[in-house]
Design a protein around this ligand. Structure first.
Ligand SMILES: Cc1cc2nc3c(=O)[nH]c(=O)nc-3n(C[C@H](O)[C@H](O)[C@H](O)COP(=O)(O)OP(=O)(O)OC[C@H]3O[C@@H](n4cnc5c(N)ncnc54)[C@H](O)[C@@H]3O)c2cc1C
Length: 231
């Protein structure tokens, strides 16, 4: 396993912070969104949504930084700056991946945790909802139920599972037989690719749109928001 000495990681962090200040529009102060190992919220964000206690120990690899963006532009900047510094990105939405794919890496890495991008906007007349990747299934179901007693969405049964990872891998639940997987009911999505471009269904094309509905989102970029068909 690769390890990075503390002086090397401090230099990498400095360069990353410098790069972020150049590339991101200042929607939030960097102290609010960038958490270094010596910051008070680093451990909290590292562990808060992690579901598998096996990875909560001193010997597992730790991110150089944790980024908790409030805006897409901060994700775009993080992608560009990670590329420049040769860092990998682990994207985390609900943190329910038991293998730790959203928070472990053998190569030096940062975590982009979408905890603050969890808005759900339901349009009941249109029978759709825009759901940001950091929302949980419970938040999606609750938001739909506040607008309608007859609509729902066919996804998993655990309310704390994140929409970000769940919809990327398929997502099955009790409505599966009648309505299929969660991924079958995604109508559009906004993804930020490796070059920091924001793509929707039209601009990413049908092949990539198909891939991010079952093929795992993290291989292709960071999915920020999806349009769901409410049933
Ligand atoms: C307690 C529990 C109950 C579960 N119940 C069900 C169930 O009922 N039905 C079912 O189908 N599955 C279920 N699962 C499995 C769950 O759907 C998957 O583990 C899912 O990937 C978790 O998504 P997450 O966002 O919470 O996880 P995360 O750990 O945040 O992410 C999982 C993977 O997706 C990637 N990813 C996350 N967000 C994004 C994003 N925005 N863009 C690109 N890539 C992203 C991560 O990098 C990682 O590779 C359950 C899991 C647990 C732990």
């Amino acid at each position: 396993m690769l390890s990075v000495s503390s002086s090397t990681s401090a230099t990498v962090n400095d360069h990353f912070l410098q790069c972020m200040s150049i590339h991101s529009t200042p929607h939030a102060k960097s102290a609010q969104i960038i958490h270094q190992p010596n910051s008070s919220l680093y451990s909290y964000f590292l562990q808060s949504s992690q579901q598998n206690p096996r990875w909560l120990n001193a010997s597992t690899s730790k991110p150089l930084l944790i980024l908790t963006p409030f805006h897409e532009s901060e994700i775009q900047a993080a992608i560009l700056c990670s590329k420049k510094q040769g860092l990998q990105i682990r994207t985390r939405s609900g943190g329910h991946d038991y293998e730790g794919l959203s928070y472990l890496s053998e190569a030096p890495f940062i975590i982009v945790d979408l905890i603050y991008l969890g808005t759900v906007s339901v349009d009941i007349e249109d029978e759709t909802a825009w759901v940001q990747a950091g929302a949980t299934l419970g938040e999606l179901y609750y938001s739909i139920s506040m607008k309608s007693h007859i609509h729902g969405f066919p996804a998993g049964i655990c309310p704390t599972v994140g929409v970000g990872g769940h919809f990327s891998g398929g997502g099955f639940g009790t409505l599966l037989r009648k309505y299929g997987l969660a991924a079958d009911n995604i109508l559009d999505a906004y993804l930020i690719d490796v070059n920091g471009r924001i793509l929707n269904r039209e601009s990413m094309g049908e092949s990539l749109f198909w891939a991010i509905r079952g093929g795992g989102g993290a291989s292709f970029g960071i999915i920020v928001v999806r349009l769901c068909r409410n049933l």
